[in-house]
Design a protein around this ligand. Structure first.
Ligand SMILES: [Zn+2]
Length: 139
Protein backbone atom coordinates (compact mmCIF):
# COMPACT_ATOMS: atom_id res chain seq x y z
CA UNK A 1 0.00 0.00 0.00
CA UNK A 2 1.54 3.28 -1.06
CA UNK A 3 1.25 6.54 0.82
CA UNK A 4 -1.38 8.25 -1.38
CA UNK A 5 -3.61 5.20 -1.23
CA UNK A 6 -3.46 5.27 2.57
CA UNK A 7 -4.23 9.01 2.68
CA UNK A 8 -7.23 8.45 0.40
CA UNK A 9 -8.48 5.61 2.59
CA UNK A 10 -8.07 7.69 5.74
CA UNK A 11 -10.03 10.55 4.15
CA UNK A 12 -12.78 8.14 3.07
CA UNK A 13 -12.93 6.69 6.61
CA UNK A 14 -13.14 10.20 8.07
CA UNK A 15 -15.97 11.22 5.71
CA UNK A 16 -17.96 8.04 6.32
CA UNK A 17 -21.36 8.96 7.80
CA UNK A 18 -20.82 12.64 7.15
CA UNK A 19 -22.85 14.88 4.89
CA UNK A 20 -20.18 15.88 2.35
CA UNK A 21 -20.70 18.63 -0.19
CA UNK A 22 -24.24 19.06 -1.48
CA UNK A 23 -25.86 21.77 -3.61
CA UNK A 24 -26.42 24.08 -0.62
CA UNK A 25 -22.71 23.78 0.25
CA UNK A 26 -21.71 24.88 -3.25
CA UNK A 27 -24.24 27.72 -3.15
CA UNK A 28 -22.83 28.92 0.18
CA UNK A 29 -19.28 28.76 -1.17
CA UNK A 30 -20.31 30.61 -4.35
CA UNK A 31 -21.94 33.30 -2.22
CA UNK A 32 -18.82 33.47 -0.04
CA UNK A 33 -16.66 33.93 -3.14
CA UNK A 34 -18.99 36.58 -4.62
CA UNK A 35 -19.13 38.53 -1.35
CA UNK A 36 -15.35 38.33 -0.91
CA UNK A 37 -14.80 39.77 -4.38
CA UNK A 38 -17.59 42.36 -3.99
CA UNK A 39 -16.15 43.50 -0.64
CA UNK A 40 -13.06 44.71 -2.49
CA UNK A 41 -15.18 47.29 -4.31
CA UNK A 42 -16.78 48.74 -1.16
CA UNK A 43 -15.08 52.05 -0.36
CA UNK A 44 -16.07 52.22 3.35
CA UNK A 45 -13.62 50.25 5.46
CA UNK A 46 -16.07 49.25 8.23
CA UNK A 47 -18.68 48.06 5.71
CA UNK A 48 -16.00 46.07 3.90
CA UNK A 49 -15.01 44.37 7.17
CA UNK A 50 -18.64 43.50 7.95
CA UNK A 51 -19.14 41.98 4.48
CA UNK A 52 -15.90 39.97 4.79
CA UNK A 53 -16.95 38.74 8.24
CA UNK A 54 -20.35 37.67 6.91
CA UNK A 55 -18.68 35.93 3.95
CA UNK A 56 -16.31 34.09 6.33
CA UNK A 57 -19.30 33.00 8.43
CA UNK A 58 -20.89 31.53 5.28
CA UNK A 59 -17.69 29.61 4.48
CA UNK A 60 -17.54 28.24 8.04
CA UNK A 61 -21.20 27.25 7.82
CA UNK A 62 -20.49 25.45 4.53
CA UNK A 63 -17.61 23.51 6.12
CA UNK A 64 -19.70 22.62 9.18
CA UNK A 65 -22.39 21.25 6.87
CA UNK A 66 -19.81 19.18 4.94
CA UNK A 67 -18.52 17.49 8.11
CA UNK A 68 -21.88 17.22 9.87
CA UNK A 69 -23.10 13.78 10.96
CA UNK A 70 -26.74 14.88 11.30
CA UNK A 71 -27.66 13.75 7.78
CA UNK A 72 -31.41 14.11 8.30
CA UNK A 73 -31.19 17.81 9.13
CA UNK A 74 -28.61 18.56 6.42
CA UNK A 75 -30.74 16.82 3.78
CA UNK A 76 -33.84 18.71 4.90
CA UNK A 77 -31.89 21.99 4.60
CA UNK A 78 -30.64 21.03 1.16
CA UNK A 79 -34.14 20.02 0.02
CA UNK A 80 -35.51 23.36 1.24
CA UNK A 81 -32.78 25.17 -0.66
CA UNK A 82 -33.41 23.18 -3.87
CA UNK A 83 -37.16 23.85 -3.59
CA UNK A 84 -36.38 27.58 -3.43
CA UNK A 85 -33.63 27.59 -6.04
CA UNK A 86 -35.18 25.21 -8.61
CA UNK A 87 -37.58 27.66 -10.32
CA UNK A 88 -34.87 30.35 -10.43
CA UNK A 89 -32.43 27.94 -12.01
CA UNK A 90 -35.02 26.91 -14.59
CA UNK A 91 -35.79 30.55 -15.39
CA UNK A 92 -32.07 31.34 -15.84
CA UNK A 93 -31.52 28.31 -18.08
CA UNK A 94 -34.57 29.15 -20.24
CA UNK A 95 -33.57 32.82 -20.42
CA UNK A 96 -30.09 31.92 -21.67
CA UNK A 97 -31.62 29.57 -24.24
CA UNK A 98 -34.06 32.25 -25.50
CA UNK A 99 -31.28 34.81 -25.69
CA UNK A 100 -29.02 32.48 -27.68
CA UNK A 101 -31.78 31.63 -30.18
CA UNK A 102 -31.46 34.38 -32.80
CA UNK A 103 -33.80 32.69 -35.29
CA UNK A 104 -36.90 33.16 -33.13
CA UNK A 105 -38.62 35.84 -31.15
CA UNK A 106 -40.05 34.85 -27.78
CA UNK A 107 -43.26 36.47 -26.66
CA UNK A 108 -44.64 36.05 -23.17
CA UNK A 109 -48.40 35.57 -23.10
CA UNK A 110 -50.64 37.03 -20.41
CA UNK A 111 -51.12 33.47 -19.11
CA UNK A 112 -47.36 33.17 -18.47
CA UNK A 113 -46.54 30.83 -21.37
CA UNK A 114 -43.64 31.62 -23.70
CA UNK A 115 -44.59 31.57 -27.39
CA UNK A 116 -41.94 31.21 -30.09
CA UNK A 117 -42.29 33.04 -33.41
CA UNK A 118 -39.80 32.94 -36.29
CA UNK A 119 -37.97 36.24 -36.78
CA UNK A 120 -38.23 38.38 -39.88
CA UNK A 121 -41.66 37.36 -41.17
CA UNK A 122 -43.39 40.68 -40.46
CA UNK A 123 -46.60 41.04 -38.48
CA UNK A 124 -48.17 37.75 -37.47
CA UNK A 125 -51.21 36.81 -35.45
CA UNK A 126 -50.04 34.59 -32.64
CA UNK A 127 -52.40 32.20 -30.93
CA UNK A 128 -51.11 31.04 -27.56
CA UNK A 129 -51.03 27.21 -27.53
CA UNK A 130 -51.74 27.18 -23.81
CA UNK A 131 -54.70 29.55 -23.35
CA UNK A 132 -55.75 30.25 -26.96
CA UNK A 133 -55.47 34.04 -26.68
CA UNK A 134 -54.62 35.83 -29.93
CA UNK A 135 -52.13 38.71 -30.18
CA UNK A 136 -50.52 40.58 -33.07
CA UNK A 137 -46.73 40.25 -32.94
CA UNK A 138 -44.16 42.17 -34.97
CA UNK A 139 -41.22 39.90 -35.71
ZN1 LIG B 1 -51.44 32.17 -23.17
Amino acid sequence: MNFLYRVRNAAARFMYGRNGADQLTWALLALYFLLSVAAGFVPVRAARAVIRLFAAALAVLALLRVFSRDLEKRRAENAKFLYWWGPKRTFLRDWRYRRADKAHKYVKCACGAWCRVPRGVGKVELRCPKCGEKTIVKT
